[in-house]
Design a protein around this ligand. Structure first.
Ligand code: CA2
Length: 145
């Protein structure tokens, strides 16, 4: 089995494809996770995709990843802009961390311009729509060799 990658999606991203398609696109979270799992297979990676609306659940998954995963791809949603707890958990993870935002957070309200998670992320993708997750997976594969 290939190296395990955790794909974590934060609050409200379970609504993907159901509301605000002008900002977040038409694909549902299940569509995105399915495409990512297919690409991960091609890249020889083993993907574990999870979504939660709860900050502490993300902290717990990131702790679990310390033993279980080689890398983390995370769209922390609104927690990007507020969560020191998620940043602290990621700082205790040793592998590559890639941060994805579907929208271009820098083109939006100023409160979205700062991300605590970016202080730890090895790379950030924003504004590439849900394609950003696939780009992050390719980058993760090259980082892990
Ligand atoms: O652009 C992104 O991926 C964000 O992380 C999405 C977050 C937002 O708070 C960040 O600033 C940027 C919001 C996710 C909400 O997702 C929805 C999807 C469909 C319908 C409603 C919300």
């Amino acid at each position: 089995m290939g190296k395990t990658i955790y794909l974590l999606n934060g609050p409200n991203l379970n609504l993907l494809g159901k509301r605000q398609p002008e900002i977040y696109g038409a694909a549902t979270l299940a569509d995105v996770e399915g495409e990512c799992a297919r690409l991960a297979g091609e890249l020889g990676l083993d993907l574990r995709a999870m979504q939660s609306n709860h900050e502490g659940q993300h902290v717990d998954w990131i702790h679990e990843a310390r033993e279980a995963a080689a890398g983390i791809i995370i769209n922390p949603g609104a927690y990007s802009h507020t969560s020191v707890a998620i940043l602290d958990a990621l700082n205790a993870f040793e592998g590559p961390v890639l941060e994805v935002h579907i929208s271009n957070i820098h083109k939006r309200e100023s409160f979205r311009h700062h991300s605590y998670v970016s202080l730890r992320a090895d790379g950030v993708i924003a504004g590439f729509g849900t394609e950003g997750y696939l780009l992050a997976l390719r980058r993760m594969a090259s980082l892990l060799g």
